[in-house]
Design a binder for this molecule. Structure first.
Ligand SMILES: *Cc1c(COP(=O)(O)O)cnc(C)c1O
Length: 388
């Protein structure tokens, strides 16, 4: 990597985060401790959640939610094709069956009409993914869920800070899973958060630490009780105070980081508007009535106008010193899901077309205007030269 390489999404970690982690290390609490509790409280306040549990990944948060809701063998859970593998893998973890549905052409979010067609007597849950940070049409999803008695488990790995019709993602009583993985809008290295009703979060809390009862993590404190009961068959999914220390600083800086992301997005929109109207690419949509979290800036290439494919564009961007990515290789294109569930491209035609066109451009709070210029100049040059 040369010095002037523009990275796709490096974590925005500064001296404050470093100092907070060092403090945590010096405090003696390196596993779940007081900082985790503080982080939960602060994250709960940010998304206005009824209750919140900090865990070690977004995937763990989703798995716990399905377990806590009692979803298991014989149950079907509806998932969108355009997502990360773990949205479907957690359904397999509980021995339920993931059911693949297509996405909307503009937002690439789960298509409520496709969800409706996929509902059977065995359906127990819908897992909408707020793709790139653009909220799913939750009114439509909740209406279907209510009509059919289904759980809505939101995969909000991209969506901390997002809102649907004024309601922050995570503010409802249904389970919502956030990820604080290295590339996400808020980073704890690895980490996640589950929000939802008091009852659901309490059950998930028990399951997140082996099934040991509530205060077991305090057993080594002065006056802590050594006796605990294992009350359920749980997992080892707790967050650590080292991660929470990092997360607490990130929460303090969150609004400023999100504002920086929105500025970057406005630069991209300005510089790429001509190519969008010139029909070389389309820009990400942003519906009225949403707050977009802008985790990703995903453009779609108009392949009909080009004699090169998306992968060639990625290679040429890389040669120009610019990191890009693809979100996502859709579920049905992975061998495991194809082999296990027989999923095919023809099941999800909208997703299949988008999958060859999507390209995620660098987006992070420290990206500078002259770097966005470089990204756009390189991209437009590649596309103009690749014009059919
Ligand atoms: C990152 C991501 C996850 C998984 O989050 P982890 O914290 O890495 O487990 C789940 N779903 C989507 C859509 C993601 O992008």
């Amino acid at each position: 990597m040369s010095d002037d390489f523009i990275a796709f999404a490096p974590p925005d970690i500064g001296d404050q985060e470093v100092a907070a982690v060092v403090d945590a290390l010096r405090s003696g609490w390196v596993t779940r401790g007081p900082r985790c509790a503080q982080f939960e409280e602060a994250a709960q306040a940010l998304v206005q959640a009824p209750a919140a549990l900090a865990v070690n990944s977004g995937t763990a948060a989703m798995h716990l939610a399905l377990e806590a809701a009692g979803i298991g063998p014989g149950d079907e859970v509806i998932v969108p094709a355009m997502t990360f593998c773990s949205t479907a893998l957690v359904v397999e973890h509980v021995r339920a069956t993931p059911v693949l549905v297509d996405v909307e052409v503009d937002t690439l979010n789960i298509d409520p009409t496709a969800v409706e067609r996929a509902i059977t007597p065995k359906t127990r849950a819908i897992m909408p993914v707020h793709f790139a940070g653009h909220p799913v049409d939750l009114d439509a999803i909740h209406a279907l869920a209510q009509a059919h008695g289904l759980l809505v488990l939101e995969d909000a790995a991209h969506a901390i800070g997002a809102a649907w019709r004024g309601a922050p993602i995570g503010s409802g009583p249904n389970p919502v899973a956030f990820s604080f993985y290295a590339t996400k809008n808020l980073c704890t290295g690895e980490g996640g958060l589950l929000t939802g009703s008091d009852e659901l979060v309490a059950r998930a809390r028990l399951l997140s630490l082996h099934g040991m009862d509530r205060d077991a993590w305090r057993r080594y404190e002065r006056g802590g009780r050594w006796r605990y009961d294992v009350a359920a068959s749980g997992w080892k999914y707790n967050m650590t105070d080292i991660q929470a220390a990092l997360g607490l600083v990130q929460l303090e800086r969150f609004e400023q980081m999100q504002a920086a992301r929105r500025t970057v997005v406005s630069w991209y929109r300005e510089r790429l508007a001509g190519a969008a109207t010139g029909d070389l690419l389309s820009l990400p949509s942003e519906r009225p009535d949403v707050i977009h979290a802008w985790h990703l800036f995903v453009i779609q290439l108009n392949l009909a106008a080009l004699k090169i494919d998306r992968d060639a564009v990625i290679e040429q961007m890389s040669a120009a010193g610019i990191g890009t990515s693809v979100h996502f290789i859709p579920l049905h294109q992975h061998s495991h899901f194809r082999d296990t569930h027989g999923w095919q491209a023809s099941d999800v035609p909208v997703c299949e077309v988008a999958a060859d066109r999507v390209l995620s451009l660098p987006l992070h709070p420290r990206l500078q205007e002259n770097q966005v210029d470089r990204v756009c100049d390189a991209l437009l040059d590649i596309l103009e030269r690749g014009r059919r």
